[in-house]
Ligand binder design. Structure first.
Ligand SMILES: [Zn+2]
Length: 187
C-alpha cells in the first residue's frame, strides 16, 4: 500500500474513513468523473462495483452498448444472461438502475482508484470468487490485512449509498436486506 502512495493508519477508524472517502457534494451527478461506482440490478439483490476516469454517463453508455450487442466480456450482459430465474429473461439495459448509481469514492490517480475499487469489492464480498456482487473478478490483489476492516468499509459505503439515494428520492435495499456473508464477521 505504501508503495502506491496510500498511507493508512490502522489505529483510528477516522483515518481510514478520511483516506477512503473523498466524495464531493452531489452536482450533475451522472457527469462525475474519477469515481468508484456501484450500480444495482433492479431485478435481484446484486450490484456491480466499478471504477472509471470518464464521466459516469459515458461509461454507462458503453455498458449499455455492450448489453445491446451481447458482449460476453461485459459484466452486465453476463449477469442478465446468467442470472437464474425468469425475472432477468429478455431484459436489456433497463435491468440496471443506471440513474440510481451510487458513488463509493472518488480518486483521480488511476492506481489508487483501482486499489480502492478492489478494497470495496473485497468489503462487499470477501470470498475468493465473487458471489455477492455481479463482478466477474476481484480486481487487483490487496493485502489480507484489509479484511479486518471489511465490515466498517461496507457499513460506511452503505451509509453513503443511503444518503445519496435519499437525495434522489429513491429506495434502496437496506444493508440488512442485502445478503450478508458470515465470512465478513469476526475476521
Ligand atoms: Zn440481477
Amino acid at each position: 500500500m505504501k508503495k502506491e502512495g496510500i498511507d493508512v493508519i490502522f489505529t483510528k477508524s477516522h483515518t481510514l474513513q478520511n483516506e477512503l472517502c473523498h466524495l464531493k457534494p452531489l452536482r450533475g451527478r451522472l457527469e462525475r468523473k474519477d469515481v468508484v461506482y456501484m450500480v444495482d440490478c433492479k431485478l435481484c439483490q446484486k450490484s456491480y462495483i466499478g471504477e472509471t476516469a470518464q464521466k459516469f454517463s459515458d461509461r454507462a453508455a458503453q455498458h449499455k452498448g455492450c448489453i445491446r450487442n451481447k458482449k460476453r466480456k461485459n459484466v452486465f450482459f453476463m449477469h442478465i444472461k446468467q442470472a437464474l430465474g425468469r425475472k432477468h429473461k429478455n431484459k436489456g439495459t433497463e435491468a440496471m438502475f443506471w440513474d440510481g448509481v451510487s458513488y463509493l469514492d472518488s480518486e483521480r490517480n488511476w492506481r489508487r482508484r483501482k486499489i480502492k475499487e478492489s478494497i470495496y469489492i473485497n468489503a462487499y464480498d470477501a470470498s475468493l470468487e465473487v458471489k455477492d456482487l455481479m463482478n466477474l473478478e476481484k480486481g487487483c490483489k490487496i493485502d489480507a490485512c484489509w479484511n479486518e476492516f471489511n465490515d466498517f468499509i461496507k457499513n460506511e459505503a452503505e451509509k453513503r449509498r443511503s444518503a445519496q439515494a435519499k437525495k434522489l428520492g429513491i429506495q434502496r435495499p437496506t444493508p440488512k436486506q442485502r445478503r450478508r456473508s458470515p465470512r465478513l464477521n469476526n475476521v
